[in-house]
Design a protein around this ligand. Structure first.
Ligand code: ZN
Length: 473
């Protein structure tokens, strides 16, 4: 099967140029001026923009958490992703206590395989690092899982101590793998959360007051320093504030192999949103901060102090007592209402897999905060490089996978949860106007999204095996 896309403007992380592009089966076969159509189906992309499909390296689909389950599964989440221009995501396998990493990865394959409709890979989050698990780390690279995640927060649940963190940084580096951290000082958070709950400070905003910026900064600096000592690559997930990004910069300016991401919620929302009557929608960890941090993060992205924008997509229903309809079927799951009257019980997480590229395009590129090339770098190219998928993914080039988005930069839409595809009952960007939308989204050469038409199906997706010794950017 061949598709010839004619006359589009191709945007990569480094260049902007016009070219025709021939897709043969699942790859980009040819690029150049005035390519002949021959037996290919021709798509006219004159006046349109073509980018690599987005890559979201931080998602939690169908994750059991806070006594419920995140509301997107591998089908609905990937459908939502595709409508938002994202063709690949990496989900976090969470090791259960006492479980081997292989077993944990196997569980996630079972969960994803029959549902997935696009491209997906896995990180593994280690929660029980015994000697056997330590020895097992290098072997998971053979399964295409080349990144580990450790939590410096969630005391008594996921949190690891510094011995564990340091040893696994060394072990991962030896195997050519990268270590990711959730950087917040979990001991400090534990004290503050308990203190607020016991003194009756239960309002939603206390979620933020119990997760101060300096607790994130301290853990970030500690992780950066440990990575420096170990000579190990480090990737700090969901960075939210000036205090912590400054620590990352400190390490990078001294040549350490450390990188970081932020997520859209930290660019747009603040503790003021937590103070709203529907503040529970904005509860995620680390929390949304203050306006100066929104501004700081935009500048950090533009200046290259942060390397990627992911989502930490982990949606919950807002009113889980009421069912919604999704693809003609009823769906109901407990959600944010679990934390009514007590911030510490609100399921932590927000949607974003569909919204990420859309809001970054309109409110990032559209407002002059980042260039179109920077947009591609942050949402596709760097994620592919850092996590061992480049150059098959993250770039528009001959030989790369045909994961592509044709954008109509003049199309508009007003966001409502009802016209989005994430399986939940609200959208934190409700009422926001978008200018510039994906018109066609190809996943390995297949036209999955065409306007409002969805051609994907459960089980049609593909697992992405990632390579070791990925780039430091
Ligand atoms: Zn996460």
């Amino acid at each position: 099967m061949k598709t010839l896309i004619k006359g589009g403007t191709i945007i990569t992380a480094s260049d902007t140029y016009e070219a025709d592009l021939l897709i043969a089966d699942d790859r980009i076969a040819l690029m150049g001026a005035d390519l002949p159509a021959e037996d290919a189906k021709v798509v006219d992309a004159t006046g349109k923009m073509i980018t690599p499909g987005g890559i979201d390296v931080h998602t939690h689909l169908e994750l059991p958490f806070f006594g419920t389950v995140s509301s997107d599964d591998f089908y609905t989440g990937q459908k939502a992703a595709a409508f938002g221009g994202t063709t690949t995501h990496i989900d976090f396998v969470i090791q259960a206590k006492g479980e081997s990493l292989h077993q944990a990865i196997e569980n996630w394959h079972k969960k994803a395989g029959s549902k997935s409709a696009a491209n997906y890979g896995f990180h593994v989050a280690i929660t029980d690092l015994t000697d056997e698990v330590m020895d097992e780390i290098p072997s998971i690279a053979d399964e295409g899982v080349t990144s580990l995640k450790l939590f410096m927060a969630y005391k008594g649940v996921f949190q690891v101590d510094d011995t564990t963190l340091f040893k696994s940084l060394m072990k991962a580096a030896e195997a050519g793998m990268i270590t990711m951290v959730h950087a917040e000082n979990g001991d400090v958070l534990d004290v503050l959360i308990k203190e607020n709950v016991s003194t009756g400070n239960l309002a939603t905003a206390y979620h933020a007051y119990s997760h101060p910026a300096w607790a994130e900064a301290e853990a970030t600096m500690r992780a950066v320093a440990l990575a420096g000592i170990a000579g190990a690559p480090l990737y700090v997930v969901h960075m939210t504030c000036e205090e912590s990004v400054d620590q990352l910069r400190y390490g990078r300016e001294r040549g350490l192999p450390v990188m970081g991401e932020t997520c859209p919620q930290y660019l747009f929302f603040t503790v003021d949103n937590l103070c709203q009557s529907d503040g529970a929608k904005y509860v995620c960890s680390p929390p949304v901060r203050v306006e100066k941090d929104n501004e700081y993060l935009w500048n950090a992205l533009a200046a290259g102090h942060l390397q990627a924008v992911s989502t930490d997509h982990c949606p919950f229903m807002y009113e889980g007592t009421k069912p919604i309809e999704y693809e003609g079927e009823q769906y109901q799951m407990a959600g944010k209402e679990l934390g009514q009257g007590d911030f510490s019980k609100i399921p932590n997480g927000m949607h974003g897999i569909e919204d990420r590229m859309l809001v970054l395009w309109t409110y990032g590129v559209g407002k002059g905060r980042i260039s179109p090339n920077k947009f591609v770098e942050l949402t596709a190219t760097n994620p592919a490089k850092i996590f061992g998928m480049y150059p098959s993914k993250g770039v528009v080039a001959v030989g790369a996978d045909a994961d592509l988005v044709i954008w109509d930069t003049e199309a508009t839409k007003v966001i409502s949860w009802k016209n989005m595809h994430t399986r939940t009952d609200h959208n934190v960007y409700e009422g926001w106007e978008l200018i510039g939308l994906p018109e066609r989204v190809y996943v390995r050469g297949q036209l999955l999204v065409h306007g409002e038409t969805w051609n994907g199906e459960p089980g049609g997706g593909s697992y992405v095996r990632r390579s070791t010794h990925a780039q430091i950017v």
